[in-house]
Design a protein around this ligand. Structure first.
Ligand code: ARG
Length: 300
């Protein structure tokens, strides 16, 4: 029996930006700091639940205002980190490579992610066998290349296999600072050939590779990196971050982007911010494949 929704493939001219930006979020009804799996988290520094809800709603409203359509994953009691939908999977065309989390506490999210993504019409593929992989949190397209963070959460061997599976170039980058444990905390593609990054989160080799492969890199300061400046949501020319990233916003403005800020401190307590709270279902702005493939729409 199939419970997949009907997917309509509509060919569109390559030159046009594709469909409405489509983002998956999960309301923070059961969000909290229930365990400690990164250095931001302390059970002694609990999230303020109503405030978290307010901040999440403000992010959602802002994303809608800048043109995104939001789909929701149902929150589940006992899965406090399910709000971080970036970690559900890596999206590539109509395929979703499902995460297999490093920590058992988050492995319990996997069936929920799988059910939602397959019901939405994606072809869901498991993470490469025997490897940990934390989805878009650790794998971001910039142009044709998938930049993938490893060591702290995801495994380098898995990244290579994902490259074979999706037939794309993968550049595994070692993450060396436990505060920047997912690549989306220290690197953010803005467009093909253009990205934000926080260099000290990478080893010297990684920094060199990034400088070689990405034409324009905007460096984020240590202070703003700790405000999760790199954990930005890009929708068209709009770039959404946590508050406290004024320097980056000024740089973005001078380059023709439209930066927006919204307070997300309650989520920083768990080691997450704007980007972590979203999963781009139609492909990130910077992903070249998005402009090469026919638009894919999911029918309700
Ligand atoms: N507490 C969560 C964890 O440690 C936060 C995840 C943040 N997600 C992200 N894509 N960086 O797994």
């Amino acid at each position: 029996m199939s419970f997949r929704k009907k997917v309509v493939i509509e060919p569109i001219p390559k030159s046009m930006t594709t469909s409405t930006p489509h983002i998956l979020m999960c309301p923070p009804d059961f969000y909290g700091i229930e365990y400690e799996i990164n250095p931001w988290m302390s059970r002694h520094r609990q999230a303020d639940q109503p405030l978290a809800m307010e901040q999440w709603n403000a992010l959602r409203r802002l994303l809608i205002d800048i043109g995104a359509e939001i789909s929701l994953l149902e929150p589940v009691q006992g899965l406090p980190d399910l709000v971080f939908t970036a970690n559900a999977a890596l999206i590539f065309q109509n395929r979703a490579v499902l995460s297999h989390f490093r920590h058992p506490q988050r492995q319990r999210e996997q069936p929920r992610n799988e059910t939602w993504l397959s019901a939405a019409g994606f072809t869901v593929e498991p993470a490469p066998e025997g490897t940990c992989f934390e989805g878009a949190g650790d794998a971001l397209f910039c142009g044709d290349t998938l930049f993938a963070g490893y060591r702290i959460r995801s495994d380098a061997t898995g990244h290579q296999k994902i490259g074979e599976l999706l037939d794309c170039r993968v550049i595994p980058l070692e993450l060396v600072d436990p505060f920047f444990y997912h690549i989306d905390t220290c690197f953010c593609p803005l467009a093909a050939g253009k990205a934000l990054y926080f260099p000290p989160a990478f080893d010297e080799y990684g920094q060199r590779v990034l400088a070689e492969l990405v034409d324009e890199l905007i460096e984020v300061s240590a202070e703003e990196a700790r405000r999760f400046a790199c954990n930005a949501v890009v929708v068209g020319n709009a770039v959404v971050t946590n508050t406290g990233c004024a320097e980056l916003h000024a740089q973005l403005k001078s380059q023709g982007f439209h930066p927006h800020e919204t307070p997300l401190d309650e989520f920083v307590k768990a080691g997450g911010s704007a980007k972590c709270l979203t999963l781009r279902l139609d492909g990130e702005e910077a992903a070249a494949w998005k402009y090469q493939e026919p638009a894919r729409r999911i029918q309700p």
